[in-house]
Ligand binder design. Structure first.
Ligand SMILES: [Zn+2]
Length: 268
């Protein structure tokens, strides 16, 4: 699968500008994360630009055509007169064709993963990157640069936008991430056969953040194997955990004594 990623604007063309942020910067940032994400998934990626340079829209379409890309994804940020305008939308040559389906999957993924208003798929036939490309092509208007909270998302979470766009592409392709490449972040995500082992490690404060375990399937398997053969040496409870356990014990003893005292008072 060959995917052309087109970071909107660049060089002398800043694109929209609001709140001290140029569109060309956020589009490049998102696209560099998107490139990494798609390559990690085994896809072949080429890009219009990886630096701050200008390319015309016709050149962008021609480059992707020469490369024989299977999909073309252009990434932009939206702008409006009203700073209240918010949300994500994807521009496509059609609604029901391949481009329209790709657009629908991407806009849905961004809206749900970033918590943005879903403005849907909009048909546009006047844009060169959409009408001069020979492959299914979409233009993603990630969010509004002119809206303060949208802009904070664009500058603060470019990777989340990239992950969402990638998720939309995967959805369109019907592609599922192989189990081997998954990363488990929480106990709930750990396969059931490994939960007891990971629970033991969690109880001993082995992980810096219990909600960001970042374990691969290989790592999970290794922990289970070590646990099964009794090799898994977990460090003693941390000082904090020890103090917490002691407090809970004292609290329980107090409740017990209180109940006994109350019983005694009643008996009198
Ligand atoms: Zn733009």
């Amino acid at each position: 699968m060959k995917i052309w990623i087109d970071a909107g604007h660049g060089g002398t063309d800043s694109g929209a500008y609001a709140g001290g942020v140029a569109e060309k910067e956020v589009t490049l940032s998102i696209c560099l994360y998107l490139e990494a994400r798609l390559e990690q998934a085994g896809m072949t990626v080429e890009m219009t630009r990886r630096t701050d340079v200008y390319e015309s829209v016709m050149a962008r379409a021609a480059m992707a055509n020469d490369w024989n890309g299977d999909l073309f994804v252009s990434v932009h940020a939206n702008a409006a007169q009203s700073t209240a305008a918010t949300g994500t939308e994807v521009l496509s040559y059609d609604l029901d064709g391949a481009s329209g389906r790709l657009a629908a999957d991407i806009v849905q993924a961004i809206a749900s993963q970033l918590g943005l208003k879903n403005r849907g798929v909009k048909v546009r036939r006047d844009l060169a990157v959409i009408n001069a490309t020979n492959m299914p092509a979409v233009l993603v208007e990630t969010a509004f640069l002119t809206n303060a909270s949208d802009r904070a998302l664009l500058t603060g979470q470019p990777k989340a936008f990239a992950d969402a766009i990638a998720a939309g592409i995967f959805q369109y392709l019907g592609w599922e991430e192989p189990e081997m490449e998954k990363r488990y972040q929480t106990l709930a995500q750990i396969p059931t056969w490994a939960q007891l082992t990971i629970e033991k490690l969690l109880a001993r404060d082995v992980f810096a953040d219990d909600n960001q375990l970042d374990l691969s399937l290989d790592m999970v398997r290794m922990f289970v194997l070590l646990d099964r053969y009794g090799v898994l040496q977990v460090p003693p409870l941390s000082a904090t955990a020890q103090a917490k356990a002691a407090m809970e014990e004292a609290q329980a003893a107090y409740e017990k004594a209180k109940a006994a005292w109350e019983l005694l008072q009643e008996a009198k």
